[in-house]
Design a protein around this ligand. Structure first.
Ligand code: ZN
Length: 290
């Protein structure tokens, strides 16, 4: 099968809940396939609300439709923490996510590195040390941890440079490029194709990835509102004026011959905006857009 760029959603969009799929999130891949999307990031962001039995049904639905699954780890996993109890719970939760990754048949867990507790260097070291503990204590060595670029300054670990550095330290880490976060972090700096090229060039140069892996990066893309400290809230492309725009991003993806998974986290319109992006991308590929 030819590898293709995948477009999908984080969680179940409002349109899914309005659909005929019995209001059960394990059916999301069936619904997504029906509207033309092929990736689903399972949101454990507020905890794991899935049993193993239901995870297996979700897996079956994903496999039968060719939907790529990924898991977003809970927000309360804070591997940078200085508090023993928080670290203990965070490690346990990550081990549970790894078990669920096996059940779901995915090898991707997306993780926010955590707050930097006033000293990014020390926070990064704690985060990497705790990730090593997690790796040592899991049988699931197939699953990779995708550390995500964050949108908030200055109290969070996860600038693009920090993510790149972390991925160079441990061989089971990969970058999750959240372009909305990078845009908010850098106060709207992602405007032109050159801005996107720079990011891919930097990742390609600094993160030890094989050619295939470089092609199959994991990305988040949606518009965002930002302020002085970066991210304020997710928006959607129905709201005018919020960036980053997806056109230059997709043009660079096509230009570089990348085939990433692109997860849309637009506010209440993940599906609609993912389809918008996909339509534009298909137009590029078919040579309709110059
Ligand atoms: Zn995230």
């Amino acid at each position: 099968m030819k590898e293709e760029t995948k477009f999908g959603v984080a969680g179940c969009p409002p349109n899914f809940w309005k659909s005929s799929y019995k209001r059960d999130s394990v059916n999301n891949p069936l619904w997504l396939a029906g509207i033309g999307l092929d990736a689903y990031e399972v949101q454990f962001t507020h905890g794991i609300r899935l049993t193993r039995e239901r995870a297996l049904i979700l897996r079956k639905n994903a496999e039968s439709t060719g939907t790529a699954l990924s898991i977003h780890a809970p927000y309360y996993v804070v591997l940078t923490s200085t508090k023993k109890e928080v670290v203990k719970n965070s490690i346990e939760m990550m081990l549970k996510c790894l078990e669920f990754a096996s059940c779901l048949g995915t090898n991707k867990i997306i993780l926010h590195p955590g707050t930097n507790q006033g000293n990014a260097r020390d926070a990064m070291k704690r985060c990497l040390d705790n990730l090593k503990v997690i790796r040592k204590n899991t049988d699931n060595k197939k699953t990779l941890i995708y550390v995500e670029t964050v949108g908030r300054r200055p109290s969070y670990l996860g600038s693009l440079e920090e993510i790149i550095e972390m991925c160079g330290e441990l061989d089971f880490l990969r970058p999750c490029l959240d372009f909305a976060h990078i845009y908010a972090y850098e106060s709207g700096a992602l405007l032109e194709k050159g801005d996107f090229r720079k990011i891919f060039d930097r990742v390609g140069e600094k993160v030890p990835l094989g050619t295939e892996e470089m092609k199959e990066l994991h990305c988040h893309f949606y518009p965002i509102e930002f302020g002085e400290k970066g991210e304020k809230r997710h928006k959607n492309y129905r709201d005018d004026g919020y960036g980053p725009r997806f056109e230059p991003f997709l043009e660079v993806i096509a230009e570089y011959g990348l085939t990433p998974t692109i997860i849309c986290e637009s506010k209440d319109a993940q599906d609609e905006d993912a389809l918008r992006m996909k339509a534009f991308y298909r137009g590029l590929k078919d040579g309709k857009i110059q």
